[in-house]
Design a protein around this ligand. Sequence first.
Ligand code: ADP
Ligand code: MG
Length: 345
Amino acid sequence: MRLKKKPLFIIGCIGCILVVVGELISIKSASHSGSKTYFANSGKVFGTYYNIRYEADTDLEQAILARLQAFDASLSMFNDTSVISRINRNEDAVTDTLFERMFAEAVEVSELSHGAFDITVAPLVHAWGFGKGKQPTAPIDEVAKRREIDSLLSFTGYDKITLRDHRLIKQDPRTQLDASAIAKGYGCDVVADLLREQGCENFLVDIGGEVVAKGKNDKRQPWRIGIDKPTDDPTGMQQELQDVITTDSIAMATSGNYRQFYYDGGTRRSHTIDPHTGYPIQHRLLSATVTASSCMRADALATASMVLGDEQALQMIEAIADAECYFIIADGDSLNTITSSGWAF
Ligand code: ADP
Ligand code: MG
């Protein structure tokens, strides 16, 4: 498993405990603020890292791991036995509530974005060497690629699949799903719900850079969340920030093309695919940060924004009552930012 993005928060590891549960790897520590304890659990899940901090009476790590494992068993592309992996292999898979909620939100964001967001992009993502695909070792033959992509487009489209009686029905068995652009945000919501159920009022859940935060940190201050400067950095180790948000209540996701890309000759190929053309997007929007009523929705809307480009994406976000955005765009050699009218951070 590789880390896709750097952690937003680095936690001190003195006295940490490392736990490995199947595909999940978890590190935990605790700090005290007056009579209160802030716990920190972090590790790896579905191909990325997670970092969760919360104020509680007891360590909730086992409950958190159980939720993450249930989530992994439904939606992880990195788990061969997950519901989504079995659907992709056309096995008889019964969908669970996690899958069905993800599917409903995915369809809604597909409609809001006029198909810019689409969970049936998996074959296109692989064809361009991302996800389970292999990056090319020689320059891509444009004519052959166009032909390959056109044939994949014939069975790409969220309108070619439907959910009925807890089963996913495909018009074409070659259609495959990719929940990478929505699952991390959804995972944040699922863990945040658990923390709320347990009575936590102060917490931050970060899965692969998508965040749900509530209340205060262990310094009794609002949470501070960094937005990365979109500098080309496939290692994900650069720490430069474009901005810092201070908040006591947020569900926020960022999509960008500055970590997952390669050069094919002089052409940049990034991991965000326009489902209408089948090609990786190329435009001046470098990073899209979106807030919404859920992190799942913010995650999908951030990816949709990257596909649409800043002008159309801004129109989309302005029309969605619960969403706001912060876009970073390339302007010659410098970076500019654009925010929606309700962006209040
Ligand atoms: P990140 O993984 O960096 O958080 P995103 O949330 O934008 O970024 O997810 C990007 C991933 O989503 C890609 O690697 C690919 O697997 C998938 N994807 C690419 N294009 C689309 C699209 N148009 N709609 C839905 N998913 C997409
Ligand atoms: Mg996304």
